[in-house]
Design a protein around this ligand. Sequence first.
Ligand code: GUN
Length: 293
Amino acid sequence: MQLLDGKQTAEQIKAEIAQQVAEIKAAGGKVPHLAAILVGNDGASETYVNAKVLDCEQVGFDSTLIRLPEDVSEAALLAEIAKLNENDDIDGFIVQVPLPAHIDETRVTLTIDPAKDVDGFSPASVGRMCLSLPTFISATPNGIMELLKRYKVETSGKHCVVVGRSNIVGTPMSILMSRNSNPGNSTVTLVHSRTPNMVEVCRSADILIVAIGKPDFVTGDMVKDGAVVIDVGITRVPDETRPRGFRLTGDVDFASVSEKCSFITPVPGGVGPMTRASLLQNTLKAQQLRGQF
Ligand code: GUN
């Protein structure tokens, strides 16, 4: 079994991006600029957004964090998005989700200019992805594709099973793996909560991508010998023995599954760091693709 080391690979990607930023600066060009809108004070969202800002600093990007109160009106949030759409200095921006219940997330994603949609959440971005047109692929699926590519995992002609059909991970993952691309060219099955024979389908996977948000859901008996296993889950499970009072647990039971598979992503240190690196890649791309959407 070989670990797909997302931490190390993400550091490599960040070093490559930092090098490109240095070259842009040396040529007198504009440094990529990412903005993030954070609504309210959700602890996990704060952690994620702060990490995104730190990542920008690490590679030499400019960044802007816009904090709005929990009770901000939808109209005021949309106005803030419109300003970022218009601001020529901003190459790309994100609106951290989840948003408070009184705000319609679909309306928010529809308001973001697709040319600056570095999260790849907008219908335009998703549609372009389905047609293999230049676009922004959302960060987690993009990070998984990059990991498969860099570890030269063979995906062509393989049976790829994706567990979970979320808009951000499962659905785009299933599309990307089925496209005529490398990685890709897999025969894809997407399983979800209404799939009656999920265990049987998982057992037939050459590549198993799990994004269901249930700690230790996939166990060794659900995995074929030699399968490639990608664990997207990252749940805080209470653990008194840890200084923070919790541990991070994936959707895959690492102990039993790692005995059977050929490759596996650890949690933490697998998909998570790749997701962060992908946002940086998308921001650089946003600057490079300016005017081409
Ligand atoms: N919340 C959890 N993951 C993400 C992400 O990738 N982008 C945004 N905008 N919000 C998130």
